[in-house]
Design a protein around this ligand. Structure first.
Ligand SMILES: Cc1cc2nc3c(=O)[nH]c(=O)nc-3n(C[C@H](O)[C@H](O)[C@H](O)COP(=O)(O)OP(=O)(O)OC[C@H]3O[C@@H](n4cnc5c(N)ncnc54)[C@H](O)[C@@H]3O)c2cc1C
Length: 387
């Protein structure tokens, strides 16, 4: 049995973000760490986009960034400069390499390529059982899926998406401007939008994202992208090649996530780091990981870093409107972006706005639907059921 101070179960976005920060910390640099993942983490299995002010911890590997965003929908075209924010794209393959490079020469870090089958706590020690043997640690930080979400008794939508990295034959894109939300696709009673993230004149990530509970067949996502490119970018299928594609699903829910189980602390998506109204997760992971490192450095409890705050409540209200379709997602997002300075909305969606800003955002939301949703969220919190 191998022993460590810290076991990181799952070396994906949250696990490796945590490992890098711990390895860099002067107070924690001698801690023995075991990182366990069943995957070698060398492919470009996803692309993270997020916005932030200033430089990122990952600035050296940011693939592209934009300060101009465009939104299309509900008959409106909005173009906005988001300074001091930048919208950034980070490719998973660059992230994994960055983390491996930072951690590779550390004698106190061990990598294990294995399938984790069980995690439990006994006598104040975390045990991680794998097909390659068992490991123990004072703490285990796990991003391994372990909990089934109760979709009946909680608000729940999937954000399912399919993206194509395309290369066009002729110069087509403006790499200075990202199409953040483009609703010009049939909504089919759901919230559907495309985003186009160009990184040069000929290449872009074009992705369809849908908020709903029912997924499409692969060829249906493709057909939405093809029709969109033809209608709005004048690109027929023979005008571009698809170099790479990604598919994913992000659960958007108000279900509560278990933060701690004995000596195991859940991080990342399974630790509740996803904003339930938007699906954005990456920035929350970074914030949470920083809090965990601080707690470890100061002898605090790293299991008390996911606190309920007012943004969870806003998310619930917004998610309920989207799930129950009391107001169309297209109209809602366009309305919020139209009636507010974009920096206010980005701060709000990122959970870094102040109360006064939030009141202003709420004043621009469709009042009847939001008040009704807020009342029902309140009632639900009292009786513990959705309806
Ligand atoms: C395609 C895609 C695109 C996304 N884009 C964005 C985005 O643009 N912006 C954003 O904010 N969020 C985005 N997300 C959401 C979120 O940021 C990512 O899912 C992120 O990777 C979550 O980090 P994590 O650490 O929770 O999980 P992961 O990064 O998935 O890490 C979990 C790790 O656990 C390992 N693992 C799982 N089971 C086992 C097992 N039994 N044994 C051993 N290892 C195991 C996996 O191999 C994986 O490496 C996206 C998600 C997907 C799927």
């Amino acid at each position: 049995m191998d022993k460590a101070d810290i076991i990181i179960a799952g070396g994906g976005a949250s696990g490796l973000s945590l490992a890098c920060r711990v390895a860099e910390s002067i107070e924690l640099k001698d801690k023995n760490i075991i990182i366990i993942d069943k995957d070698s983490k060398s492919t470009n299995d996803r692309t993270w986009c997020f916005w932030e002010k200033g430089e990122s911890y990952f600035e050296s590997i940011i693939f592209h960034k934009w300060q101009n965003l465009r939104m299309d929908g509900d008959g409106e075209l909005l173009t906005r400069n988001i300074k001091p924010y930048s919208y950034k794209m980070l490719r998973a393959q660059d992230f994994y390499k960055f983390a491996k490079d930072r951690l590779k020469d550390k004698k106190n870090i061990k990598w294990v390529h294995a399938d984790i089958t069980k995690i439990y706590t006994e006598n104040e020690v975390a045990h991680v059982v794998t097909n390659e043997g068992e490991y123990t640690g004072a703490w285990c930080f796990s991003s391994i899926p372990h909990q089934k979400i109760d979709k009946h008794n909680n608000l729940y939508l999937d954000q399912h998406f399919k993206g194509w990295f395309i290369r066009t034959m002729k110069p087509t894109f403006n790499s200075e401007e990202a199409h953040f939300m483009d609703f010009r696709t049939p909504q089919k009673g759901e919230t559907r939008f495309l985003y186009v993230l160009p990184y040069n004149e000929n290449e872009a990530l074009v992705e369809i994202a849908i908020f709903s509970r029912t997924h499409l067949l692969e060829n249906q996502y493709q057909s939405i992208i093809e029709v969109y490119l033809e209608n709005h970018w004048n690109l027929k299928r023979e005008d571009y090649v698809v170099n790479h594609e990604e598919y994913g699903n992000i659960p958007m829910t108000d279900a509560s996530f278990k933060e701690v189980d004995g000596r195991t602390i859940f991080i990342g998506m399974v630790g509740g780091d996803t904003r339930s109204s938007t699906g954005f997760t990456f920035i929350n992971i970074q914030r949470r990981v920083e809090k965990i490192v601080k707690a470890l450095e100061t002898g605090g409890n790293p299991g008390e870093t996911l606190r309920f705050n007012r943004f969870h409540w806003y998310d619930k209200v917004l998610l309920r409107v989207l799930e129950e379709k009391t107001y169309s997602g297209e109209k809602l997002f366009i309305r919020l972006f139209k009636k507010n300075p974009i920096q206010r909305i980005l701060a709000f969606l990122q959970g870094e706005s102040r109360i006064l800003m939030e009141i202003k955002v709420m004043q621009t939301a469709p009042l009847k639907e939001f008040i009704s949703s807020a009342m029902r969220v309140l009632i639900q919190s009292k009786i513990g059921r959705k309806d």
